[in-house]
Design a protein around this ligand. Structure first.
Ligand SMILES: [Zn+2]
Length: 480
């Protein structure tokens, strides 16, 4: 082991870094528990603090884990439980960047241990696997063993918390020696995407944002939100608004007007998407221009029979009145027309027939025909029936799918990491609220289509369902 460990000032000038490693009873943050924690905190002033403890997990350690870590049930029997050390752990981590190898693992476990004490914990997280990938893109492995071999960092007590923490810190130190401290600091800054806090927000405004999915609201000087957004990871998304390398002109404007942030966690993307839509509709924030465009969405519908087919535009709000098949959805009428022009060229369809132009005399060839791009339905060279078949083939990729269920369904969205479940109802590709089907929304449709049939979601019929069915994976019948 190399002593003393130190981090170069180029790095610590960015703030305090708490290197941490936890040993656990297994890999599942909700069921498994922490058996050992080690933390080395490198302070911005150059000092460092160390803390470590075995932790009584309150559940047995599986034999294979005991063999891997060398931490036995006997060793933790008299150790303090997490409750007893929680203040020490918080003191060591609070206000520092949380640094770990494969940090999601350690961060998830620490968060959950705090949650069991009814306490929240959040931190900026730096993963040294990602740091290694960024600094050494051509290296073959980024696991701790591979890094130890590559950087000749032998002698650490591997698989024990302090040994792995030291090895991780030694890696960062060695990379700074090898590549220069500035290179490592730049990579760390980029990975943390350190946001520049809007001038009118309190210094700790971004501190407590959870990393769960959800909806966030930015407020200006009064009580109306100026912006509402949704996120898969609230913390990351909100901070991205204020990261200098990602700021859009809109973000700059928001940043100047902002006085307050609010967030509402959800169990997943769906819950966030639906809640966002609902809140925007209710509160009409000034800067949510993009979302209001949803009202312009629509479909093509095919009318006129098979020998003289005609496409008509149908606004999404009127989709239930369609007699024929629907093709779409399209964001608005002009993007639908753009798509159709492209398809017309590709499939050699007729300008007159599609309504791009009008014949001045009966049987006048369309422009596409004149340049040899239409098969000649306009001149009577191609039969209406044949043309109709080809038109259908061209539209096929945009065919709006049939709702695959017999009735409304409930989708159970679950966030395992944050132990949260939302129940969301849908009918014919639309979300429902209070038993009422909401207007069609292309984003909901696309997400729903992607989700149906994917693992990790439970879908069941809406309505009074006996609790015995509540956990059954599939209790619906599909059409066809
Ligand atoms: Zn033509």
């Amino acid at each position: 082991m190399r002593v003393p460990l130190h981090l170069p000032p180029a790095l610590t000038s960015l703030g305090d870094f708490a290197f941490i490693d936890v040993e656990t009873t297994g890999a599942r943050p909700l069921e498994d528990r922490v058996t050992e924690i080690a933390i080395i905190r490198f302070h911005a002033n150059g000092e460092q603090t160390r803390w470590q403890s075995l932790i009584n997990p309150g559940i047995p350690i599986p034999t294979e884990i005991q063999a891997l870590t060398g931490i036995t049930n006997a060793m933790v029997r008299d150790a303090p439980d997490f409750f007893a050390v929680r203040d020490d752990v918080r003191r060591m981590l609070e206000g520092a960047v949380f640094v770990a190898h494969n940090a999601r693992f350690d961060y998830g476990f620490i968060k959950n241990e705090f949650r069991r004490q009814q306490e929240a914990f959040t931190a900026d997280v730096l993963c040294t696997v990602r740091l290694s990938r960024r600094l050494y893109p051509n290296a073959t492995g980024h696991g701790l063993d591979a890094i130890i071999t590559r950087h000749h960092l032998d002698g650490f007590d591997r698989h024990r918390a302090m040994g792995d923490t030291e090895a991780t810190a030694a890696f960062v130190q060695d990379a700074a020696d090898e590549l220069s401290a500035c290179t490592v600091a730049a990579a760390v800054r980029a990975l943390l995407r350190t946001p520049s806090l809007p001038a009118n927000l309190p210094a700790d405004a971004l501190q407590d944002i959870p990393d769960s999915p959800g909806v966030y609201l930015f407020y200006g000087i009064n009580d109306m939100p100026i912006y509402i957004g949704k996120a898969k990871h609230l913390r990351e998304r909100i901070r991205a608004h204020f990261s200098s390398d990602h700021m859009t002109p809109n973000d700059v404007r928001l940043s100047q007007e902002m006085r307050r942030i609010e967030w509402i966690p959800t169990a997943g993307e769906f819950g966030a998407l639906l809640l966002e839509g609902q809140l925007i509709k209710e509160r009409m924030p000034l800067h949510n221009v993009a979302l209001r465009r949803r009202e312009k969405q629509g479909f093509f519908t095919l009318v006129g029979g098979s020998d003289a087919p005609r496409l008509e535009w149908l606004p999404a709000a009127a989709m239930d009145t369609a007699n024929g098949d629907l093709f779409g959805p399209f964001g608005d009428r002009s993007s639908a027309k753009k798509w159709l022009m492209y398809a017309a060229r590709e499939h050699r369809l007729c300008d007159h027939q599609l309504g791009f132009s009008r014949p001045r005399t009966v049987g006048e060839p369309c422009f596409a025909r004149q340049v040899g791009r239409c098969h000649g339905v306009c001149e009577g060279v191609e039969s209406g029936t044949r043309y109709s078949e080809r038109l259908l083939a061209a539209l096929e990729p945009m065919r709006f799918p049939v709702w695959p269920y017999e009735a409304d369904v409930v989708l159970e969205e679950r966030d395992v990491a944050n132990d949260r479940t939302d129940l969301l109802a849908f009918d014919r590709w639309c979300a429902m609220s209070g038993g009422v089907r909401l207007p069609f929304d292309g984003d909901v449709f696309r997400l729903l289509r992607r989700t149906i049939g994917k693992a990790g979601h439970t879908i069941r019929p809406l309505g009074p369902v006996h609790p015995i069915f509540a956990s059954a994976a599939v209790v619906f019948s599909m059409h066809g």
